[in-house]
Each structure stands twice: as C-alpha cells, then as structure tokens.
Design a protein around this ligand. Structure first.
Ligand code: KG4
Ligand code: ZN
Length: 341
C-alpha cells in the first residue's frame, strides 16, 4: 500500500506544503513572503501574519497538484522547530487541527534534520543517496552546523557557529552593500562576474569544529566604510568583486572546518544542506574537494536546498514508518539542541 504524507513548513518566511507518495514528491508548493524585502531581514510579526494568509491556499494547491484527496492522506508532518515562534505556531496549529479532523497521525519534524534528510527524497536525476555514517554541513539563515549522521534518527551536532550563521553573513554583507533581503542569492549572482581575490578578509581562529562569522561581518563593514570615504561610488563600481571576495571567504571558512571534521572522524561521505547549499561557489568547492580528497559528495537539488515542505514530508515519512507519532499537546521550540530530535 502506498503511503501519502502531507508536509507543512512555516518556520521562517516561507509557507510551504508538500505531498509525498512513499519517498517520492508529488507536489511541493512554496509561497515566498515579499513583505520582508524592504526591512533587510525577516520581521517575525509580519511573517506569522503572512503564514496565516498563505497556509490554506498553499495546502489546497499542493493537494490539487498531487491529485491527492485529504481522505487519502496517511499522516501530517509539520516543522516543530527551530524557527520563529509565531511562524511555527501557525504551521503547528494548522497541522494539529488537520490531523485531528482527519483522524490521522501527526508527525513532528526538526527543521534542521529535515534539511539533511532531503537528500533521501527519491529522484530520478539524483539516484545516489548518502551512505551512513556521513557528515553534513547544514548551512542556513539561522544555523551553521556540522552534523554526524549515523541514521535517520541518530544525528549528532559536532560543530556549530558561536555567533552569526553563514546565511546571515551573506545577508548582512548584502545589506551593507545596499542589496535587498535575502542577499545570499544576489551575492552568489554578482560573485560570478567578480574577482574572489579582489580583497582579502581575515579568517577567524576558533577551536574545534565550531565557526564564527561575526568578525568577518565587522571587517566587511569597516573595509567598505574606509573605501567609501575615498570614493563614494566604491560599492557601485566594485559590487561584483566585493561579492566574490565575501563569498570566497565564507566558503573557505566553511570548507576548512568541514575538512577538519572529515580528518577527525575519518568519514569521507560528505553532504551539504540548507539555504546556503544553493550557493554555486560552495557547490563547486565540494566538487573540487571530491577531486582533491576523494570525498563522496552529496549536493541537494536546488529546490530542496532552501526552505521547502518536501524535506518536512520525507522526514515525517521516516517517523511514520517507524511508528513515531507526535501528541496533540506538543509545542514548538525556537532553538536547536542535540536532545531535540
Ligand atoms: O534554509 P533556508 O532557506 O532558511 C533557513 O532555514 O534559514 O536558508 C536561508 C538562507 C538565507 O540566509 C539566504 O540568503 C541563504 O540561505 N541563501 C544563499 C543562497 N540561497 C539562499 N546564500 C548564498 N548563496 C545562495 N545561492
Ligand atoms: Zn531552513
């Protein structure tokens, strides 16, 4: 018998619903929120209001595209955290009532684990799945983590940022340059035309497998402030070169720690996940490392890199197959912790 799962994602600024048939995606609908563009970041209150407006049409659209009726669904999976509380509450309340109304199981999903498990979505274009154990560099707007993945439900955080996340650094650099939010994709695009050696930014000196990006953010700020004093058109003239230099520095910092994690664990099956894994420079750096170090690398499809409900549905599918259901009294959590599986 086929298993149909509805996945719901509402942890940040994208409202998304997906329908999964076993491990295959039938529909993955994402409503982006434009309201944040002018604020240089996500405004939590505006995000939860937009989720409230979007969630019903997005779910209906996903069911329509999948040609699946509500009565055919086996379970409802939703993001229970980490994320913005108000946003999470919209998805959680919707999923709970939906599951209750249909009399089907509710499945709790950890957003960061879902980014990783997106690699297991069945896809003809990417038939190769990661082999356990593997390492995953999970890089998003709020998190920068190195995970040791032993199994679908055995995921250990072995390194993380002590301050800003990699995505946040892309976004903040873009903001300093006067680019709209989210800046990551724009920097990626500009960097393609620029010189990564245009300027050199310092690398942090952090022990173990942890990261730090706040120093980089400050050096970008001071560097541009000083250059603007000499030439007020400096950013406009050198947008591509500055973007390429910022991007190269972020990637070098990420790859240094990932190499260290590979050396220390002896694991050379390495994946990337999360919004920043959509970055063309990071994807290329992984492919280069495959050539250099013989890593087995796993790069998610572009549409499963940034936030989406397909990854929530596949993670829910694994819980469903294991018989691990959530209770109606479950409440969302905002921060990631190693215990919160
Ligand atoms: O995983 P995600 O969609 O949402 C969170 O869970 O945070 O990640 C969003 C982050 C943003 O900071 C965005 O700027 C960044 O991912 N991002 C990128 C690219 N696409 C998205 N950063 C660099 N290059 C990209 N192509
Ligand atoms: Zn995410």
């Amino acid at each position: 018998m086929d298993t149909y799962i509805l996945g719901i994602e509402s942890s940040c600024d994208d409202t998304s619903a997906a329908v999964l048939k076993d491990s295959k995606i039938l529909a993955n609908v994402i409503a982006n929120q434009d309201v944040h563009k002018h604020f240089g970041g996500v405004v939590p209150e505006l995000a939860s209001r937009a989720h409230q407006q979007n969630i019903i049409p997005v779910v209906n659209r996903a069911l329509q595209i999948a040609k699946v009726e509500k009565k055919d669904l086996n379970a409802v999976a939703f993001t229970n955290g980490p994320g913005l509380l108000g946003s999470l509450l919209v998805g959680a309340s919707f999923a709970k009532s939906f599951a209750l109304g249909l009399g089907i199981p509710l499945l709790e999903v950890n957003h960061m684990h879902a980014h990783i498990l997106a690699h297991f979505i069945e896809d003809e274009q990417q038939p190769k799945k990661p082999e356990f154990p593997f390492l995953c560099l999970t890089v998003s707007g709020g998190h920068t983590q190195i995970m040791l993945v032993r199994d679908y439900f055995d995921i250990e955080l072995i390194g993380q940022t002590i301050d800003d996340a990699a995505g946040e650094t892309f976004d903040k650099a873009a903001k300093i340059m006067g680019l709209p939010y989210p800046g990551g994709p724009l920097i990626d695009k500009l960097a393609k035309e620029g010189n990564p050696h245009f300027t050199k930014f310092p690398h942090p000196n952090i022990s173990g497998l942890d990261f730090s990006f706040s120093g980089l953010k400050t050096s970008i700020l001071y560097y541009l402030r000083d250059r603007l004093k000499e030439d007020q058109d400096f950013i406009e003239k050198h947008k591509a070169d500055i973007s390429a230099s910022v991007q190269a520095t972020i990637i070098e910092i990420l790859m240094e720690k990932l190499r260290k994690a590979a050396r220390e664990t002896g694991i050379n099956h390495i994946a990337i996940a999360g919004g920043v894994s959509a970055n063309s420079g990071l994807r290329q750096a992984m492919l280069d490392e495959r050539e250099k170090s013989g890593w087995d690398v796993y790069i998610p499809k572009f549409e499963y890199s940034t936030d989406n409900a397909a990854m929530i549905a596949i993670t829910g599918y694994f819980s469903y197959m294991k018989g691990v259901y959530a209770s109606q009294s479950i409440t969302p959590f905002t921060r990631y912790s190693n215990e919160k599986l």
